[in-house]
Unconditional design. Structure first.
Length: 361
């Protein structure tokens, strides 16, 4: 964001709204694509999403101003939002309920592992070649991903009912107490998570006067924490007391987020604290996603899409609110935001723990 802000002659806070636009569109996409995937199959939706992503990311490399860039990030969100519900729906179709939580946690962990590899590389490329070239590289990878998925993504068995049912799927799921509580817990805790990670690199550059290239190492370290947290989420989902585990981890993650942004620390101590915070705050989302498959029946992608919507809503709100606080108060306000919403999320999970107990799916 620092490089983009400098090139487009805008502030870092305004550049942060590129994230907000992506999350808003992603949320719209994930809530729409679930019924499409459940009704017509995983493969066509996945391939269409990859094509849209390729177009949007390629165009981002040549964005002349913030207005065009925002529009392309909206397309990026629309394309990217098709993929997680499809992938988790495909896994849930073929893996037994006993192993499903660990498989979902592992899948989301692999997704974050790719972040642990790609984000530092993006920082290095931005330092060496410029931020626009990073989008060129990403478009090449997406093109490769489309070709491999065209060859390898499983074809539908032909037994799926080819009938688009949207409102009845959502009505059924939203009538369940589990989704009432899980969606509320997830939105609030993802505000904490995304407020922490969205401005992590910019905070290090501003506070410790490090270069964009140097920040690649802290980005890799914090991503490792996220991978571990996501993988652990699969095991948390399988515990009968998972609601209390989620509450405790969210609370601890919020405290660490406050320490990172609001307390003056040594550089590497600050990175360690942020890594612990991001790791703890990475646990609830995969746990709640995996648990949602216990209740979703034949609408698993729709259920995952609802959880994805809450994730993107939290990301949109986290990026927008944190950006506004940064512009008006400073980085320490992001720390208080992180703690405040973490407390809310933890209290809801603890008070309504019965609604988050294990289902029969």
């Amino acid at each position: 964001m620092v490089e983009i802000a400098s090139d487009l002659e805008i502030s870092v806070a305004v550049a942060g709204q590129l994230t907000t636009a992506t999350f808003a569109a992603w949320g719209l996409s994930v809530v729409s694509v679930g019924p499409l995937s459940d009704s017509f199959g995983r493969r066509p939706v996945a391939l269409a999403g990859l094509v849209l992503l390729f177009i949007a990311v390629t165009g981002s490399a040549f964005a002349p101003n913030i207005e065009v860039f925002l529009a392309l990030r909206v397309l990026t969100g629309l394309g990217g939002g098709t993929l997680p519900p499809n992938a988790i729906g495909a896994i849930s179709d073929v893996i037994s309920p006993a192993r499903r939580a660990q498989a979902v946690g592992a899948l989301l962990g692999i997704s974050l592992l790719s972040t642990a590899i790609s984000v530092p590389l993006v920082a290095l490329l931005a330092e060496w070649v410029g931020w626009r070239f990073t989008f060129v590289v990403a478009s090449i990878l997406l093109g490769t991903g489309f070709l491999t998925n065209w060859l390898w993504f499983p074809r539908d068995s032909g037994e799926r009912v080819r009938d688009l049912v949207i409102f009845s799927r959502y009505w059924t799921l939203l009538s369940m107490p589990y989704f009432h509580v899980a969606l509320t817990v997830n939105v609030s805790h993802r505000i904490a998570y995304w407020s922490l990670v969205s401005f992590f690199a910019a905070f290090l550059i501003y506070t410790y006067d490090v270069s964009v290239g140097f920040v690649a190492l802290p980005l890799a370290i914090i991503a490792i924490g996220q991978v571990g947290g996501s993988y652990a989420g699969g095991f948390v989902a399988g515990r009968s007391y998972r609601a209390l585990l989620i509450a405790g981890m969210v609370m601890a993650g919020g405290v660490c987020g406050l320490l990172f942004y609001a307390v003056t620390l040594n550089l590497w101590v600050a990175v360690a604290v942020a890594t612990v915070s991001s790791g703890l705050l990475s646990v609830p989302f995969p746990a709640l996603v995996a648990a949602s498959t216990e209740y979703s029946g034949e609408s698993k992608a729709t259920g995952v899409g609802l959880m994805g919507l809450s994730n993107q809503s939290g990301g949109m709100l986290g990026g927008a609110i944190a950006g506004a606080l940064l512009a008006s108060i400073g980085y320490e306000a992001i720390g208080y935001l992180c703690l405040g919403v973490a407390i809310v999320s933890a209290l809801i999970a603890a008070v309504f723990s019965k609604q988050l107990r294990r289902g029969s799916g």
